[in-house]
Design a protein around this ligand. Structure first.
Ligand code: SF4
Length: 301
C-alpha cells in the first residue's frame, strides 16, 4: 500500500486528525504522520464494484455500488476481509478521486453507493460528499463500534444504515474483538441509526432505512438470541433484521479452535426460529450455501 499521506483541506479537521478521537477507541494518533489503531492515515480504497450478493433490497437489480475502505477499528480475528481491515491492501485516494468513484459507480448503474467500514474516515467522506452528492442512496455499512458524534457528522449524507451487531456478551466480545464494551457502544450507535425513516419502492428497493445485520457464529446461538431480543424490544418496528449464516473460517483464527468450522444448520435454525417466535417481521434470512470463500471479494489494490 502507498505510504502517501493526504491531509483534508479543512484546517480544523487536520487539527482533529492530529489527535484522532473519531471512534470509541480514542487512541489519539496523529493521522497526518502515521496510522492509528485502525491501521490507516488517510483515505484508502481496496476495491469498488457492483456487489450482487447484499440483501435483495440493497443489491436489487443491478447491484450495490460497494466501496471497501482500508483499515478498521475492530480487530476481529475471523474477518472475511482480513487483508483490507488490517491495512495490507488499498490505494490512497483524495476526496476528489473518491467523488469520481461515486460518479463511476453511478454510471455503471449501481443501485446505491455503499461505504464499507467507513467510521475512521468520516472527515474525508464528508469532504467527498461536499464535492459530489450521489443521486442514488448512500449506504453506511459498519461494524457498529461508533461514536454518535461522529455518526452525526455524516448522517445528512447517509440514506441507509447497515450496521453489523456482532456480540451481546462482554465475555465474547472481549475474546473475539478485544472490546468488552462492544455491545454497550454498538447498541447506542444502532439506536441512533435506526431513527432513519423507512422508505421502500413498490418494487422492493430500499431508499432509506436501517438493516441490522447479525452473523451467527459457531457455539454462539444463545448470544445471538440475546441480540434478537434486544432488536425486538429496543428498536423501531421499521428496522429490518438480516440474519446471516455465511460465517466461513478465515483470517487469523489459530488461537480460536472453535471458529475453525462453519455454523451448523441446527445452530442457524435455532436462532432463526427465535426470530420467528419473537414475531420479527422485517427479516432477511440467508441460504447456508452463502458460507463459502467464493463470496469473499478479490482485492483490486
Ligand atoms: S479512528 Fe483510528 S486513529 Fe481515530 S481514534 Fe479510532 S482507531 Fe484511533
Amino acid at each position: 500500500m502507498s505510504e502517501k499521506i493526504w491531509t483534508t483541506q479543512n484546517t480544523e479537521w487536520n487539527k482533529e486528525l492530529q489527535n484522532c478521537r473519531l471512534c470509541p477507541l480514542e487512541c489519539g494518533a496523529n493521522r497526518l504522520s502515521g496510522a492509528g489503531a485502525c491501521g490507516v492515515t488517510g483515505l484508502s480504497v481496496a476495491k469498488y464494484y457492483l456487489h450482487p450478493f447484499e440483501e435483495p433490497c440493497i443489491s436489487f437489480r443491478k447491484g450495490s455500488g460497494t466501496i471497501f475502505f482500508t483499515g478498521c477499528n475492530l480487530r476481529c480475528p475471523f474477518c472475511q476481509n482480513y487483508e483490507v481491515s488490517r491495512a495490507k491492501r488499498g490505494k490512497v485516494v483524495t476526496p476528489n478521486e473518491l467523488a469520481d468513484i461515486f460518479k463511476e459507480l453511478e454510471d455503471m448503474g449501481a443501485e446505491n453507493i455503499s461505504l464499507v467500514t467507513p467510521s475512521h474516515l468520516v472527515p474525508y467522506l464528508v469532504q467527498a460528499f461536499r464535492i459530489y452528492k450521489p443521486k442514488i442512496p448512500v449506504v453506511y455499512n459498519t461494524g457498529s463500534y461508533e461514536k454518535i458524534e461522529t455518526l452525526a457528522r455524516i448522517d445528512e449524507y447517509v440514506d441507509i444504515y447497515l450496521p453489523d451487531v456482532k456480540f451481546y456478551s462482554p465475555t465474547l466480545s472481549k475474546r473475539y474483538l478485544g472490546r468488552a464494551d462492544y455491545f454497550d457502544v454498538a447498541s447506542q450507535a444502532v439506536a441512533f441509526m435506526a431513527k432513519k425513516p423507512l422508505c421502500m419502492t413498490k418494487e422492493g428497493k430500499m431508499l432509506s432505512g436501517t438493516i441490522v445485520r447479525h452473523l451467527v457464529m459457531p457455539l454462539c446461538a444463545n448470544d445471538s438470541k440475546q441480540i434478537l431480543r434486544w432488536f425486538k424490544n429496543e428498536l423501531p418496528e421499521t428496522t429490518y433484521l438480516s440474519l446471516m449464516s455465511q460465517y466461513t473460517p478465515f483470517g487469523n483464527i489459530d488461537s480460536f479452535p472453535e471458529l475453525a468450522r462453519k455454523v451448523t444448520a441446527r445452530e442457524y435454525d435455532n436462532v432463526l426460529n427465535e426470530a420467528f417466535a419473537l414475531g420479527i417481521g422485517n427479516l432477511f434470512a440467508q441460504e447456508r450455501d452463502s458460507a463459502d470463500k467464493a463470496y469473499i471479494p478479490e482485492w483490486d489494490f
